[in-house]
Design a protein around this ligand. Structure first.
Ligand code: FAD
Length: 424
């Protein structure tokens, strides 16, 4: 049975018609797991009521919380169905299922529809870290690391951003110095998702000989590696983001990612992962709409259900229109990728535009719930907050707009006019 026939309000244009049968089936089963097994525990996990079995911190992994259900397959009902979601990746071989990018993307949206943190956890692990190893690693590295990552027996993070280099990531300052048998890394990273507990840290650093960006696999517990959790986030609270300090961390030659030889190699990974990230706002907006659609029919004011008021209907329709358009843009982006036609500008436009439209959509949703729209228990407020970091990560809205802008005009506008020498 297709999702649309289950009367899911946000699926107004019956997206399933555009999907292959196996993509429809995956979408259906991810939705089922998320609704049955993750939704009921999500708010308690988010508020930190569930503690890790070991240690003193609430973590997205290892606390029996939301992402355990998504990642490990040990759902609340004891089902093993979730096992497949550990492998939501368009990678083939090495224990990965080789899903179409469309299948991976719609699964990301279905996860984000219920909980954006879970989708971020999965994306950092798979679409950034695993993809970097798959695209830029040696055969030995792929055989060594990917199978266990694909099963979530180990978890990875991906560290590009630094305290002083966010949007300007290509100027990063962490250094990699060649020594006998390996490399020594020195520097800092900031905002790195999953880093507080990751077994494997993909770290980008500047080669002190070539001055180019190189990539390295650093193992948890390496001497000189320190990670601390960033506190007080207002969004994606279940995800742990960390500050990383690297002080003379030795990485053996075998753990240098031989395919990362410049910032362009990092950008190749980002272009693919931006396709997936573009689907997070879509999923969030779908979840908010579905919640609002139910709420407005149930709550009464002035003797009628909130759904009966023209102004509220207009807001619902605007939200719904945004979602249909976002889905179609996201779907087309996947098809461009699958046919080998996708450019970095296409991916950036997709990520920037869906996050912009989703921002309008969740904002309307928050408004429609009135006071309840600011309570995390009603999920709309949580989704509203979760969208904010997504608007800013994997390239902010502005940076992604400029990536597309450069592609369509041939003129890069990243550097401000103040730095360009006047010819007057
Ligand atoms: C929750 C979260 C998770 C993250 N996870 C990771 C991760 O796993 N790995 C990782 O490497 N990084 C991660 N990041 C970092 C993220 O990619 C950066 O936050 C992002 O690139 C923006 O950098 P910044 O925060 O330093 O903002 P800044 O670069 O300081 O930008 C601030 C503002 O200035 C604007 N701006 C900057 N430059 C320009 C310009 N040239 N023209 C116009 N406007 C400009 C930006 O658009 C933005 O609005 C994460 C961030 C967050 C918030």
């Amino acid at each position: 049975m297709a999702i649309s026939s289950q009367n899911e309000a946000s699926d107004y244009y019956q997206f399933d018609d555009l999907l292959m049968p196996e993509e429809q089936a995956l979408r259906r089963s991810v939705r089922e797991v998320m609704e049955k097994e993750v939704a009921p525990i999500m708010t308690t996990t988010e508020k930190g009521r569930k503690r890790r079995r070991t240690g003193n911190d609430t973590a997205i992994r290892g606390d029996g919380g939301a992402s355990d259900r998504v990642g490990s397959g040990q759902g609340a009902s004891g089902s093993r169905r979730g096992k497949q979601y550990a492998k939501l990746l368009p990678l083939q071989g090495y224990g990965c299922p080789g899903l179409s990018i469309t299948a991976s993307a719609i699964a990301v949206a279905e996860i984000a529809r219920v909980d954006a943190s879970c989708s971020t956890f999965v994306l950092v692990h798979s679409s950034l870290a695993m993809l970097t190893i798959a695209l830029c690693g040696t055969e030995e590295q792929k055989v060594k690391y990917l199978p266990s990552l694909a099963q979530f027996h180990t978890v990875a993070c991906w560290a590009l951003t630094e305290p002083d280099y966010g949007s300007d990531a290509s100027s990063l300052r962490t250094t990699a110095t060649k020594v006998d048998g390996g490399w020594v890394l020195d520097g800092q990273k900031r905002w790195i998702g999953n880093s507080t507990f990751a077994d494997i840290l993909v770290i980008f650093a500047r080669n002190t000989t070539t001055n180019q960006i190189n990539g390295f696999i650093v193992k948890k517990g390496s001497p000189g590696l320190r990670v601390s959790k960033i506190e007080n986030k207002i969004g994606l609270r279940i995800v742990q983001n960390g500050d990383i300090i690297l002080k003379e961390v030795f990485v053996p030659d075998e753990d240098r990612l031989s395919g990362v030889n410049s910032f362009q190699d990092t950008s190749k990974v980002l272009a693919v992962s931006r396709v997936m990230v573009a689907w997070q706002p879509i999923g969030i907006a779908m979840g908010v709409y579905d919640m609002c659609h139910r709420y407005l029919r149930e709550r009464k004011q002035f003797g009628a259900s909130l759904a009966a008021f023209q102004l509220n209907q207009e807001k619902l329709v605007r939200m719904l229109g945004n979602i249909q358009a976002m889905v179609l843009v996201g779907w087309r982006l996947c098809k461009l990728y699958e046919s080998g036609k996708m450019t970095p500008g296409h991916a950036s436009l997709g990520k920037a535009w869906t996050s912009l439209k989703a921002r309008e959509t969740v904002s309307l949703g928050r408004e429609l719930l009135g006071g309840n729209g600011i309570l995390a228990d009603f999920l709309v407020a949580k989704a509203f907050c979760d969208l904010e970091p997504i608007f800013s990560y994997e390239g902010t809205y502005d940076i992604n707009s400029m990536v597309t802008g450069r592609e369509i005009t041939g003129i890069a506008s990243f550097k401000p006019a103040i730095l360009v020498k006047s010819r007057l």
